[in-house]
Ligand binder design. Structure first.
Ligand code: ZN
Length: 559
């Protein structure tokens, strides 16, 4: 990538030569360990050799980790899907930043001086500026909140919930927007920030008279921080019944530093305990999260009134790890059931680790207010989300009649079709049978052989366009390094790869389709491991063997 030597003309007219960006990139790389970086981004890393770690791949859906992280080379490579790169690539591919944006973000996080080339173009505000505006806005909200008397409606709204604002985990969460929606804007202007920049930060909008106004008036503010703990946005909750804006919650607008579909309220707090306990709770609102923190369940997040997305699912899965639990609190009413169904159907990657606890009339914060122990008990009363969905569907139908049972099967099958995990698919059918008394085989027949398709979904042939598998890397390595072929005998490979393995061991010709895959695999490894025929080959072989063994262990449960 071309990185220009940067020259920027300052407003004062003096030409300032900026540091060569390459130096900044090197500085970032040398001061940031990829292991720390990935952990900060919610990944759970497991040691797998000297300077080597593994994790669930951030870029494809998997149950056993095949993404290897090399501390020595500060890079990652996935033997499952071929994704590979460094901290910059990660931010580009995972968080949608462009390369300069990734440099800027990391330099900013690490406190490294960086002045991006800006072409004198004012249309794009730097992330650093947007973060500064958000931080100042947060400080203003916080100061205004602290200045309120104890009997102010905003503070009463909190105290009536039995919630303390002095709790070390959450005292910093609260703010007060104030009645004057110009006050903070003026403060920001006086510090040199333009109206356009404040709007771009997602905290204000221009009114019809061209005046810049904050998005919130007389609202109790909750700050939303990213995984590294920096404020990126806000949720404002209504306090007065006669408010001119009747919406219960108003969020910051999306901005370059705040994407609602990527962020969960209190994710930075939750990640520590979630990764320790291997479970995370997903509740509805801010107060529910805070109530959970009060019963020492700080591994709790809320999606701030926006729909739960695959991005959210991926983040939570990284937090709790491969055998973790994601526990959703749903209301017992029809809306709650709809939410449960939507969550399950839209998040195939977490279906098998999703659980549900069904709250009654009260949400988590009401339960805490009335009896903290009852909230604790509620959160221990969980069942797999798929079972909850089947139970609920059974309740909706008359299971004593043939028609009712048929309707039940049809309803359940709609959800079943979204399941991609073969073990879960089997469990689902079995539980349907248990709940309805209908024989498993009858259900299978009614499902038009879908479960059977799932079971035998593995292709007999290897298609050129299939994702690279750990076996491809292993075989490609051995093909290029014949001395490793002797070790291949100990590696168990599934049907289609077993054939290729035999071809290699017998030194027979390899079909073109396979050769093409080997070339891509070897290129990937070279890029990642700086792999050359001389370096660390046995180690690489062993790392891949581990991945394949784990994968086989997983699959053996199915058959
Ligand atoms: Zn992958």
């Amino acid at each position: 990538m071309m990185i220009p030597h940067v020259m920027v003309e300052h407003s004062c007219g003096i030409i300032v030569y900026m540091e060569d960006n390459r130096k900044v990139i090197e500085q970032i790389k040398s001061s940031l360990s990829i292991v720390d970086f990935l952990e900060q981004h919610g990944h759970k890393l497991i040691k797998s050799g000297a300077n080597r770690w593994k994790m669930l791949c951030p870029f494809h859906d998997e149950k056993t980790p095949s993404c290897i992280v090399s501390e020595a080379y500060n890079s990652y490579h996935c033997f499952g899907c071929g994704a590979s790169g460094d901290v910059f690539t990660y931010l580009e591919e995972k968080e949608g930043l462009d390369f300069p944006g990734a440099i800027e973000m990391l330099a900013d996080d690490l406190g490294i001086e960086y002045h991006p080339y800006d072409n004198n173009d004012d249309s794009h505000t730097s992330r650093k500026t947007l973060r500064a505006i958000t931080e100042l806005t947060y400080n203003a909200f916080k100061n205004q909140f602290d200045a309120l008397s104890e009997d102010h409606p905003a503070k009463r709204n909190i105290s009536k919930r039995n919630i303390s604002t002095e709790n070390k985990e959450n005292y910093w969460l609260f703010g007060w927007s104030g009645a004057d929606d110009r006050r903070i804007v003026k403060g920001l202007n006086s510090k040199g920030y333009t109206d356009a920049q404040i709007v771009e930060a997602g905290v204000a909008k221009m009114d019809q008279h061209g005046l810049c106004r904050m998005l919130w008036k007389d609202r109790l503010m909750f700050v939303i921080r990213d995984l590294t703990g920096k404020p990126v946005g806000f949720t404002g909750r209504i306090v007065y019944d006669n408010s001119t804006d009747p919406r219960k919650y108003v969020n910051s607008s999306d901005s370059p530093i705040f994407h609602k579909s990527n962020i969960l309220f209190c994710e930075d707090i939750a990640k520590k305990q979630a990764s320790k306990d291997n479970e995370v709770f997903v509740v509805e609102g801010q107060f529910d999260v805070i109530a959970m923190q009060h019963i020492n369940k700080s591994n709790t997040v809320a999606s701030s009134g926006t729909a739960f997305t695959e991005n959210h699912a991926g983040m939570l899965k990284r937090m709790v790890g491969e055998n973790g639990k994601i526990i959703f609190a749903f209301d017992a009413d029809a809306a709650g059931q709809k939410a449960a169904l939507r969550t399950f159907r839209n998040s195939p990657s977490i279906q098998y680790i999703s659980f549900a606890t069904i709250t009654g009339e009260k949400d988590a914060s009401d339960m805490y207010r009335d009896d903290p122990d009852s909230l604790m008990k509620q959160m221990q009363n969980i069942k797999p989300l798929y079972q909850h969905i089947i139970d609920w569907t059974a309740k909706q139908n008359d299971m004593t009649s043939e028609t009712g049972r048929n309707a039940f099967i049809n309803d359940c099958m709609e959800t079943y079709e979204t399941i991609t995990d073969p073990v879960l698919a089997d469990n689902y059918i079995t539980y349907m049978s248990l709940s309805s008394g209908v024989d498993v085989n009858t259900i299978r027949a009614k499902s038009k052989g879908k479960s059977i398709q799932k079971k035998s979904s593995e292709k007999i042939i290897i298609d050129e366009n299939d994702d690279l598998q750990p076996e491809d890397y292993m075989l490609a390595l051995c093909y290029e390094q014949p001395h490793l072929i002797d070790k291949l005998g100990d590696v168990n490979m599934s049907g289609r790869y077993d054939l290729v393995k035999k071809l290699i061991m017998e030194k027979k010709d390899i079909p073109d389709v396979i050769m093409k895959r080997f070339i891509v695999a070897n290129e990937g490894m070279r890029k990642f491991e700086k792999y050359s025929p001389l370096i660390d080959i046995d180690d690489l072989f062993d790392a891949q063997k581990q991945v394949i063994d784990m994968k086989n262990k997983d699959n053996s449960i199915i058959t």
